[in-house]
Write a protein that binds this ligand. Sequence first.
Ligand SMILES: NC(=O)c1ccc[n+]([C@@H]2O[C@H](COP(=O)([O-])OP(=O)(O)OC[C@H]3O[C@@H](n4cnc5c(N)ncnc54)[C@H](OP(=O)(O)O)[C@@H]3O)[C@@H](O)[C@H]2O)c1
Length: 335
Amino acid sequence: MPTNTQLALTQFAETITEASTLQQRSLPKLEATEVLVQHKYLGINAIYDRELYRGNIPYIKVAFPYVFGVEAVGSVVDKGNAVTSINLGQAVSTVRVGTAYQEYQVLEAKEVVQIPEASPEYLTLNPTGVSAYLALKNVAELKEGETIVVSAAAGGLGHLVAQLAKQKNCHVVGICGTEEKKQLLQGLNACDRIINYRKEEVSTVLAEEYQNQIDVGFDSVGTSIFDALLPNLAPLGRLVVSGLATEFALPQFEQVTGARVYEKLYWKGASVRCFMNHLYKEEHPAARRFLFEQYQSGKLQVKVDPTEFKGIASIIDASNYLLAGKSCGKVVVTL
Ligand SMILES: NC(=O)c1ccc[n+]([C@@H]2O[C@H](COP(=O)([O-])OP(=O)(O)OC[C@H]3O[C@@H](n4cnc5c(N)ncnc54)[C@H](OP(=O)(O)O)[C@@H]3O)[C@@H](O)[C@H]2O)c1
C-alpha cells in the first residue's frame, strides 16, 4: 500500500512556509461506500488559504494537523464493496474544503464528480468556473447587453467571468495588472476594453468612459478598485464583491473615513453584494453541467497558468506565486 504525502497546517501563521509541514500518512482501509482517489492536478486558492492559515475563516474549525486545499482531479484507484456507480480508473473531480493538498484522498463515492479526463481544465471549471457562473447568475443577476467591469480579469476566476458575460452580449471591461495578462484577455475576445492598471488609472478611465454606466462591477481585488467602481455604478447597478485580494494583503482592513456606503447607492437604487460559493451548493450540479457543456462545445476557453509546479512540496511555491499577483489563468500543481 503506498503512503500518502500531504501538506498540512500545523500552526496558524502569516506565511504558508511557517504554517505548514509535509507529512506522510498511510492510507486508511476503505468503508464499503468509499473510493480512493489518486490526485493528478490540484487547484491553488492562495488568497483563501492565507485567510485559513491565519485563522481568519469563521466557519472552518481547523484542528492541527489540518490537510488543506479544496479542489483536485485524478482517478479512482480503489473502491469499497458497495460502490457500483463508478469504475476503477474513472477520472474524477473532487471539491471539499480540507482535502486537496495530498496525493490521495478517501471520500464517499457519491461525492465525486465523474469527468471525461483528469485535466487542469476540468479542475478549473470545478469549482472556479462554478463560482464564476453562480456569482453572475445569483448575485450579479447579469442581464443581456449590460455593461460589466471585471477586476483580476486574467485570473482563474476573472477570465471565465469575462467570457460568460460576453456570451450574454454584454459590454465587458477587463482590469488587469500586466501586458501578459492583457494579451491573455485579448486572446479570449471577451473584452471590449482592457485596462492595465499599471499603465492607466482605473478611477480616471471609469469616470471618463463609464460614468453612471456600470451595471455590474465584479470585483475580486477590493480597496482602490472597489473605490473606482462604486461611484460609477449605473441606476440599479450591482457591485459584486467576490474577493478582497488587496485588502487581505494588508496587515488589517484599511480604515477609511467618508460617508457611509449608501451615499453612493441610494439615489441610484444600486447595491453592493457579496458572493460566497459554498452557500449555493444545491446549484453546483447544474452549474457544472452547463460549464462542462460550454467547454466541450468550444464556447468557453479555460486558461491555465503555464508555470509548472510539480509535487506536493511545490504547493508552497505555487501559493507564493499567486500571492505575488503573477498568475495568468488558473494556478495548478501537477503530481
Ligand atoms: N467568494 C467566493 O466564493 C470565491 C470563489 C472563488 C474565488 N474567489 C476569490 O476570487 C479571487 C480570484 O481567485 P483566483 O483563485 O481565480 O485567483 P487569481 O484571480 O488567479 O489571482 C489573483 C489575481 O488577483 C490580482 N491581485 C490584485 N492584488 C492582489 C494581491 N494583493 N495579491 C494577489 N493577487 C492580487 C492579480 O491580478 P491583477 O494584477 O491582474 O489584478 C492576481 O493575478 C480571489 O480573491 C479568491 O479568493 C472567491
